[in-house]
Every structure is written in structure tokens, then in C-alpha cells.
Design a binder for this molecule. Structure first.
Ligand code: NZQ
Ligand code: ZN
Length: 385
């Protein structure tokens, strides 16, 4: 196992009815800006619950944070923060709202000219407003991690700072019942990809990390399809297991002390940045292709994955690797997400532009061995056609 330091300070408030716990989780004298997206929280009762919970607090609101949040929209929140002397942020929504609110938290106290500099130019984040969140879509892990992804002019870029890790996260599985099938699929597939990208590298004998990761993958494979099935989709325990799995998949635990390979995410971000495809639906296209192109470098781990996650034990190594990739694709198909570029109407002629953007964004040495160059990324995208 590699050396690591691990600290996750987000307080998790899990379970039905937990939204009311925010009344104690947020200091009584805070001046809060509640941030949210396009209004789903007004239709599913979440807004009413938070209004009741904050009845003794001073709060204002900022709405309109879009899926794949944009710099332009997020910057508008800074005026409200100044006007109302805000000192606490409460993000209410999916990963986009939480990510966007992380950006707002750091942008509000940024000392340079343009907050985009801490995203694109690597300027340090020295201070940020405190934030908490009520998560309504299990997927990204943003509710208890330090990362966020923001888009400006088609450039979708990640940033990270411990200063933007939420202080608390309410995980009430009941609020996910209003998600569409498409959003639930997206969430399960995103969490699956996060787990794979911290698991499917090379063996460092990180037994705890491996078995935690395999447990998460098995949970998502078991519960994901149930959340799409008419008979089981409203089962709160199904929703709860998916929600907790998604949080655990990217809260730093399974990735501590093991190599990581975020090439799928980095290549996939270009598909969203240039073509507006949902985040998870880019991952389900890129991940199987990464497995195929990098099968040799990942051989031992794919074989372990084949056996422990899919019970594939028959045949020679090459056959078992192929079978594991096939089963992964079949799982994505069951979750109703695309697995080929052609499924989202992209073709060979689109690849040049994607490689150009990847290069422009400095994503030229990806993977656990840092050997996924633009040429290898091209091969991955060509394999995904
Ligand atoms: O905006 P509203 O009206 O709330 O509607 C949202 C949005 O349209 C809707 N929704 C959310 N909760 C709902 C609901 N509709 C009904 N009932 C509910 N309970 O779902 C739509 C999609 O929401 P979004 O937040 O965009 O989805 P998700 O949670 O998948 O977040 C995706 C974003 O997170 C980034 C992605 O790149 C993407 O921008 N990621 C962030 C990561 C991180 N911070 O660590 C890691 C991930 O890999 C990912 O890159
Ligand atoms: Zn993701």
C-alpha cells in the first residue's frame, strides 16, 4: 500500500427527515445564502422542509445553478453575497449545485482579479466561506469531498481545495424519489466510474481499499437496476444504499493509499464541455474503451475485478478480461446509458476537436502511469466509436 494521509471532516446526516437537522448544524447567527438549481426542490418538498428548518435563521436565496454549472451564472451570486453580508452557504441540489456553491464559496473571498484563476491557472485558494449541503441526487460524492467542476466557454475544468469541503451533508434518500430514471441512472453510473477509477489500476496490496471498492461496485450493480424497476424503484432502502455508496465512492476513503486513474473522467469532461452530454453518459462511453486500450497495464486488477465482482473464473486470462469488459458494458446498458460515441451521434470526425481540447487543458499525461498521451486518448476515443 502507498503512504497516505486521510481526513474527511464532513458530518453526514443520513436518513429520512434529516433535513430538519440543519437548524442545529448551521450556527444560529449565520447569514445564509441558500443556493439551488432549476427548481426541482420546489416541486419535491425539499424547499418547504428547509424553510421550516431555517425558520429561526436569517437566509436569502440564489437559484438557477445549471447542470454542469457555468462560471457566468455562479459569478452572479457574488452580488447577493455582498449585498446581504452572507457568511454561510447552504447548497441544496445535486452535484452541480454543490460544485457551483464550492466555486462561489472560494470566489467570494478570492483576492486575485478573476476567480477563474483558481480553476484554470492553478492560483491557490486561501480562504472560502463555510458551506453545508442537502444532497438531492446521489452521484458525484461532491457532498463530502474537496473537488468541484465548473465550465466556462465550453471548458469544463476541475479544481480542489480542502477549504470547500462541505461541513455537513444531509443525505435523505426520500428526496431522491422525485428523480427521473435518467438522473438515477446517471448517478449510479457516475458512482460506479468513480469507484473503478480508484480501483482498476495496478496492485499495491491495498486489501482494505480493494474490498471496499468491490463492495461498492457490487452494491451499485445490485441496487442500480432496482431503482429503475417499477416494482422496486420507490423502496427507500434501495435509494439509501445507492446514496451511501455514491458518497463513499468519492469521499477519499477508497482512493487513499492506492494508485488512481482519472483518465476516463478527464476524457469524458471534453465530451460534456464540447457536446453538452450528461456527465455519466460520457463516462459509460469512455470507461469500457479505457479498459480495452489499457487492458495490459491493468491486467491483474481486471482479472481480480472479473473474479470478485462478476464471478468470472473460467477461461484463459484474455477471455476473462474480455468477459469482464463485456459485463461492464452490459451493466451500463441495463442502466440505460450509452456505451458508444455513435449512441450520442458522434463520429470519427469529432475526435480531432476532443483531442485538441484535451491537449489545450493540459490533460496530456493521464492514467496511473501518466502514459495516456493525446495519442492514447485518441485510441481510446476511436475504440469507443
Ligand atoms: O436544477 P434542478 O432543478 O435541481 O434539477 C436537477 C438537474 O436538472 C435534477 N435534480 C437534482 N435532484 C433532483 C432533481 N430532479 C428531481 N428530483 C431531485 N431530487 O437533476 C439534474 C441534474 O443535476 P446535477 O446536479 O447536474 O447532477 P449530478 O449530481 O450528476 O452532478 C453532475 C455534475 O457534477 C460534476 C459533473 O461534472 C457535473 O458537472 N462532478 C463533480 C464531482 C465532484 N465534485 O467530486 C465529481 C464527478 O465526477 C463529477 O465530475
Ligand atoms: Zn463523475
Amino acid at each position: 500500500m502507498l503512504n497516505f494521509s486521510f481526513q474527511n471532516t464532513t458530518k453526514i446526516l443520513f436518513g429520512e427527515g434529516q433535513i430538519k437537522a440543519i437548524s442545529k448544524a448551521i450556527p444560529a447567527d449565520a447569514r445564509i445564502l441558500v443556493t439551488y438549481g432549476g427548481g426541482s426542490i420546489k416541486k419535491n418538498g425539499v424547499y418547504d422542509q428547509l424553510t421550516a428548518a431555517l425558520s429561526e435563521h436569517t437566509w436569502f436565496e440564489f437559484s438557477g445553478i445549471e447542470p454542469n454549472p457555468s462560471y457566468e451564472q455562479l459569478m452572479k451570486a457574488l452580488a447577493s453575497i455582498q449585498e446581504h453580508d452572507i457568511d454561510y452557504l447552504l447548497a441544496v441540489g445535486g452535484g452541480s449545485v454543490v460544485d457551483g456553491t464550492k466555486f462561489i464559496a472560494a470566489a467570494a473571498l478570492f483576492e486575485g482579479d478573476d476567480p477563474w484563476d483558481f480553476v484554470a491557472a492553478g492560483k491557490p485558494i486561501k480562504r472560502a466561506l463555510p458551506l453545508g449541503c442537502i444532497l438531492t441526487l446521489p452521484a458525484t460524492g461532491s457532498e463530502s469531498n474537496t473537488g468541484a467542476v465548473v465550465t466556462r466557454d465550453g471548458n469544463k475544468l476541475p479544481f480542489s481545495s480542502p477549504l470547500v469541503r462541505p461541513l455537513f451533508a444531509v443525505l435523505d434518500p426520500a428526496v431522491t424519489l422525485s428523480l427521473s430514471d435518467r438522473q438515477i441512472s446517471n448517478g449510479v453510473v457516475d458512482a460506479f466510474a468513480h469507484t473503478m477509477e480508484q480501483y482498476l489500476t495496478y496492485n499495491v496490496n491495498g486489501k482494505v481499499q480493494d474490498r471496499f471498492a468491490e463492495g461498492l461496485l457490487l452494491t451499485l450493480i445490485e441496487e442500480g437496476p432496482k431503482a429503475l424497476n417499477e416494482k422496486t424503484k420507490n423502496d427507500i432502502s434501495v435509494r439509501g444504499n445507492i446514496m451511501w455508496a455514491a458518497t463513499m465512492a468519492l469521499n477519499g476513503l477508497i482512493g487513499a493509499g492506492v494508485p488512481q486513474d482519472w483518465s476516463t473522467h478527464m476524457i469524458a469532461h471534453e465530451l460534456t464541455g464540447s457536446h453538452g452530454i450528461d456527465h455519466a453518459r460520457t463516462l459509460s462511453i469512455v470507461l469500457p474503451a479505457v479498459m480495452k486500450v489499457c487492458a495490459e497495464a491493468k491486467r491483474d486488477k481486471i482479472l481480480q475485478y472479473a473474479e470478485r465482482v462478476w464471478n468470472v473464473t473460467e477461461g484463459d486470462e484474455t477471455t476473462r478480461i474480455q468477459k469482464a469488459i463485456e459485463l461492464t458494458e452490459q451493466f451500463f446498458e441495463k442502466m440505460q446509458v450509452p456505451t458508444r460515441l455513435s449512441h450520442v451521434d458522434l463520429a470519427k470526425t469529432d475526435i480531432d476537436h476532443l483531442i485538441e481540447k484535451l491537449t489545450q487543458h493540459g490533460m496530456v499525461k493521464l492514467g496511473e502511469h501518466r502514459n495516456i498521451t493525446p495519442d492514447v486518448s485518441r485510441k481510446i476515443l476511436s475504440t469507443a466509436l
